[in-house]
Design a binder for this molecule. Structure first.
Ligand code: NAD
Ligand code: WQD
Length: 371
């Protein structure tokens, strides 16, 4: 009798094991497809890598206005998977429609595509308003027509201006924008908010990034600034590499411990990972409201001089610099309170600033080797 029972048990066990493997196989067949606009850009490319490694299938739309096609090779070398790629402009609604028709199984969109140079936006406001706002309008128009309900939007800590209280939380007041670029981010947030209120077919997560820096550890993708870099880190690494004579530190007479401005520098890889958890949260229906905002920063403020010092310690490379006058429009000090993202998204920045600075230095050296 006991032998018979053992045999029956053994059979049941193998049936359960087979059933479980069928479920696993079935799950792997339901690969979620995500559209990433601006996906060959700095943050977009790092996010595509993390999404692919999390099992998502990716469609990239990018007009290559601020990136190049070689980034696709980098992504593919890292993940072993080549994303679908369309060189198209988000301002071209017909082109977007063709892509949406070809990929009827897109489950969500991460919208990175935008122009992002603050200084240029002052010189070319209409280019910025058109590019950053109309591209969003086109997506919001088309999403319901193709049954796409989930949108992650790239916003910026710029919307907070110079916060009165630090660290800055998601409920810190939005201040009048100091540049057309910053204004496009505020306007886009308002457009999304009003669209969410007008429909029950849209849910969005707005991620407000602080200062993304660094590169993927593979050194196959990183930041590719066009021309003379406006941002601190690419200018700093080009100076360290001897491409630039010396770094100008824009002011040391601010109300900060060493007089230079303070920012929240976050690893671009950590930032990319925040997008994966945001997408997962939306597709799993875990959002607590149709529109959610999260500050994506480390919660740690570093001054320009502290960053230079950290770079030199992390890489053993000196950075020649000089103190010059303030740069117009610069915020004196801003850093995030990321506790909402930490608790709600279950996301926390992991990389140390030293590792991030080492990754950006290795990336700079790789660029010099191929230039
Ligand atoms: P990026 O310029 O490297 O990437 C943007 C990509 O979008 C580029 O590849 C560009 O070719 C593409 N693009 C621009 N306009 C397009 C259009 N109309 N159609 C199709 N493609 C278009 O910039 P990034 O640093 O990766 O920034 C990505 C997003 O994050 C932007 O929305 C930016 O405003 C936002 N953001 C960036 C920072 C930062 O410091 N880098 C900080 C906060 C927010
Ligand atoms: C950082 C600090 C400079 C260059 C900008 C945009 C913001 C977001 C991120 C898009 C500042 C100082 C810089 C240099 C320097 N982009 N600096 N010498 O201004 O915080 O933010 O990029 O969303 O919207 O405003 O970044 O890297 O330009 O400057 O001293 O050659 O480094 O004064 O204090 P910023 P940044």
């Amino acid at each position: 009798m006991c032998d018979l029972r053992c045999e029956i048990f053994a059979n049941r066990k193998s049936q359960i094991t087979n059933h479980k493997s069928q479920i696993t196989n079935h799950k792997s067949q339901i690969t979620m497809k995500i559209l990433v606009t601006g996906g060959t850009g700095y943050i977009g490319s790092h996010t595509v890598v993390e999404l692919q490694q999390a099992g998502y299938e990716i469609v990239i739309i990018d007009n290559l206005s601020n990136s190049n096609i070689e980034v696709l090779d980098g992504i593919t070398k890292i993940t072993g998977k080549k994303p679908y790629f369309y060189q198209a402009d988000c301002l071209d609604k017909a082109a977007l429609q063709n892509i949406f028709s070809e990929h009827g199984d897109i489950r969500g969109i991460i919208h990175f595509a935008a122009s992002k140079a603050v200084g240029e936006s002052v010189q070319e406001p209409l280019l910025y308003y058109r590019n950053n706002i109309v591209s969003l309008l086109n997506l919001l128009d088309l999403m319901p027509q193709y049954g796409i309900e989930a949108l992650v939007f790239s916003s910026s800590c710029t919307v907070y201006g110079q916060p009165e209280i630090l660290p800055v939380t998601e409920s810190s007041p939005i201040q009048p924008a100091l540049s057309p670029y910053g204004n496009t981010k505020q306007i886009c947030e308002e457009i999304i908010r009003d669209t969410v209120c007008a429909t029950d077919k849209l849910k969005t997560i707005i991620l407000r990034y602080f200062n993304p820096i660094g590169a993927h550890k593979s050194v196959l993708i990183g930041e590719l600034p066009n021309g003379v870099p406006q941002n601190l880190i690419p200018y700093l690494t080009q100076t360290a590499a001897g491409i630039r004579k010396e770094l100008s530190v824009f002011g040391n007479d601010y109300d900060t411990p060493d007089g230079s401005c303070i920012r929240d520098y976050i690893s671009v890889v950590d930032l990319a990972k925040a997008h994966v958890v945001a997408v997962e949260r939306m597709l799993a229906g875990k959002q607590k409201s149709e529109i959610e905002y999260f500050n994506i920063g480390t919660g740690r403020g570093l001054s320009v001089l502290e960053l230079i010092n950290a770079f030199e310690k992390a890489t053993n490379v000196k950075v020649p610099y000089k103190i010059v006058g303030r740069r117009e429009g610069d915020i004196e000090k801003v850093w995030a309170d990321p506790s909402l993202a930490n608790t709600e998204l279950g996301w926390t920045a992991q990389e140390t600033i030293e590792d991030t600075l080492r990754s950006t230095w290795k990336w700079q050296l790789s660029l010099r080797n191929c230039n």
